[in-house]
Ligand binder design. Structure first.
Ligand code: HEC
Length: 116
């Protein structure tokens, strides 16, 4: 009887732990998006840590995000579209990989490279 009590308590704790863990994940998903981390995970292989394209990026034809002229003539919508759809054989589309909120957050990372 006593043993059973311990078993019940343990299962309860496991279930409770799972619930807390699960809701924790959802909170961080809905809450603040770490845009810089997303950039480092998905974009820096080609666009570089500071928006300066890597050798791979240059080879594919990526530009420098710090380019003031490009920053001025490019709208947020164009950046969002580029991240969503990519360019065939140059940049892969991200609309399946990232949420629209994450893509919007990445626009500010791309913009931040222009402010120097
Ligand atoms: C496989 C390499 C690669 C990865 C990874 C990549 N890009 Fe690109 N990106 C490119 C290339 C190459 C271009 C130029 C495409 C063109 O000329 O149409 C480009 C263009 C862009 C542009 C438009 C710049 C312009 O020339 O008008 C933006 C904005 C951009 N990328 C953002 C991102 C973001 C944000 C990520 C991460 C979510 C990302 N890219 C991931 C290769 C990459």
């Amino acid at each position: 009887m006593r043993k059973r009590g311990i078993f019940m308590t343990t299962s309860f704790a496991v279930v409770l732990g799972a619930i807390v863990c699960f809701s924790g994940i959802q909170v961080s998903k809905a809450g603040d998006i770490d845009a810089k981390k997303l950039y480092m995970t998905h974009c820096k292989t080609c666009h570089g840590v500071d928006g300066k394209p890597t050798d791979l990026g240059v080879g594919l034809g990526a530009r420098e995000f710090a380019d003031a002229e490009w920053q001025a003539k490019t709208t947020d919508e164009q950046i969002i579209k580029q991240i969503n759809d990519g360019t065939p054989e140059k940049m892969m589309p991200f609309k399946e990989k990232l949420t629209q909120d994450e893509i919007k957050a990445l626009v500010s990372v791309v913009r931040s490279f222009g402010k120097k």
